[in-house]
Design a protein around this ligand. Structure first.
Ligand SMILES: Nc1ncnc2c1ncn2[C@@H]1O[C@H](COP(=O)(O)OP(=O)(O)OP(=O)(O)O)[C@@H](O)[C@H]1O
Ligand SMILES: [Mg+2]
Length: 307
């Protein structure tokens, strides 16, 4: 299988709050270490990447955040204009096409156009060249919106291909779709937590990606895994000892804490077993970081777990 870092476009998807931005940032750091030029594209997000990397807030235009890593927080309005200009090259042509009232009416009525303006821009950067004809980016990482919206966004190129009249917009969507579905160049990284609900959602998402969207899922990331303190017997003991404790025992808090930890470990072990059984794809496990607010050095340490 083609290494994740040798692809041109990777979607990082998952339920809200599971760690998509953390994983996108760690992947970018790992790719940059391998000498790749990377763009991390966020979708009109309350972005956390700048906080993680300890840099200035990321705006709607691509900017370098570290050597080898650019980032952008795409906003539909700017993205559409920028994308239109990038594809059409000349402002007068852009104006003639996008500001034509028939085209404008079509665009307003096109479902998913906002999403496409961002996705199209991100896709365009995979083929963008500098003045010497060299590719500007080796890898574009799209930090997707949380599951519902993320899926909606992934559906958009197909919608455009189905409904747009033949022409530039449809050609672009078709080419993007071809890239996203190419197992050698595209790929989806699924991020989850080792808990019941996120695992259910991950399995559903994986199913939709395979059956409906025909997009290759290249990697599963199980984020925020607690290190195991107890083996199975100790786990059972922690769970049963709480009931055996006499009322008012000075050990009450200690036992309650061990019980909570044992429950967590049991739940995550079940979740990890389920994922392994149902999603036989390369998997990276990231540890839970026990700090209230982690930043650059911590995300650097996570990035090394991607090799
Ligand atoms: N491995 C980890 N250990 C501890 N905390 C983590 C870990 N990964 C993420 N977090 C915390 O979880 C929260 C959500 O992380 P992150 O922003 O990466 O998720 P997200 O999926 O991008 O969220 P959203 O759907 O809101 O964009 C953050 O507060 C982050 O600090
Ligand atoms: Mg995020």
């Amino acid at each position: 299988m083609v290494n994740l870092f040798d692809r041109s476009f990777v979607f990082v998807v998952g339920k809200g709050g599971v760690g998509k931005t953390t994983v996108s940032t760690a992947l970018a750091l790992s790719a940059a270490r391998r000498g790749k030029r990377v763009l991390v594209a966020m979708c009109n997000a309350k972005e956390r990447l700048s906080h993680l990397l300890e840099v200035e807030p990321i705006g709607p235009h691509n900017c370098e955040v570290m050597p080898g890593i650019d980032a952008v927080n795409m906003v539909p309005k700017y993205a559409l204009e920028e994308y239109g200009l990038m594809v059409l090259k000349v402002r007068t042509v852009y104006k003639a096409i996008f500001e034509n009232r028939f085209v404008a009416a079509f665009l307003r009525g096109t479902p998913g156009l906002e999403a496409w303006s961002m996705l199209g821009k991100a896709y365009y950067h995979t083929k963008e060249e500098d003045e010497f004809g060299a590719k500007r980016y080796d890898l574009v990482i799209l930090d997707a919106p949380a599951t519902g919206h993320g899926l909606e966004m992934l559906r958009v190129p197909q919608v455009i291909t189905d409904i747009a009249p033949p022409g530039l917009l449809r050609n672009e969507a078709e080419q993007a779709l071809e890239l996203f579905r190419d197992p050698a160049r595209g790929g989806v990284v699924l991020v989850t937590l080792p808990e019941d609900m996120p695992v259910n959602e991950t399995l559903e998402l994986h199913h939709a990606l395979g059956t409906e969207l025909a997009m290759p899922v290249t990697q599963l990331v199980i984020n925020s895994v607690y290190p195991a303190l107890f083996d199975q017997m100790q786990c059972e003991a922690c769970l049963s000892v709480a009931d055996a404790l006499p009322a008012g025992s000075p050990l009450t808090s200690l036992v309650a804490a061990s019980r909570a930890r044992a429950l967590r470990e049991r739940m995550q072990a079940t979740a990890i077993r389920r994922l392994a059984a149902e999603l036989p794809i390369p998997t990276t496990t990231l540890p839970h970081l026990f700090m209230p607010d982690f930043r650059r050095s911590a995300v650097e340490s996570l990035s090394h777990l991607f090799g």
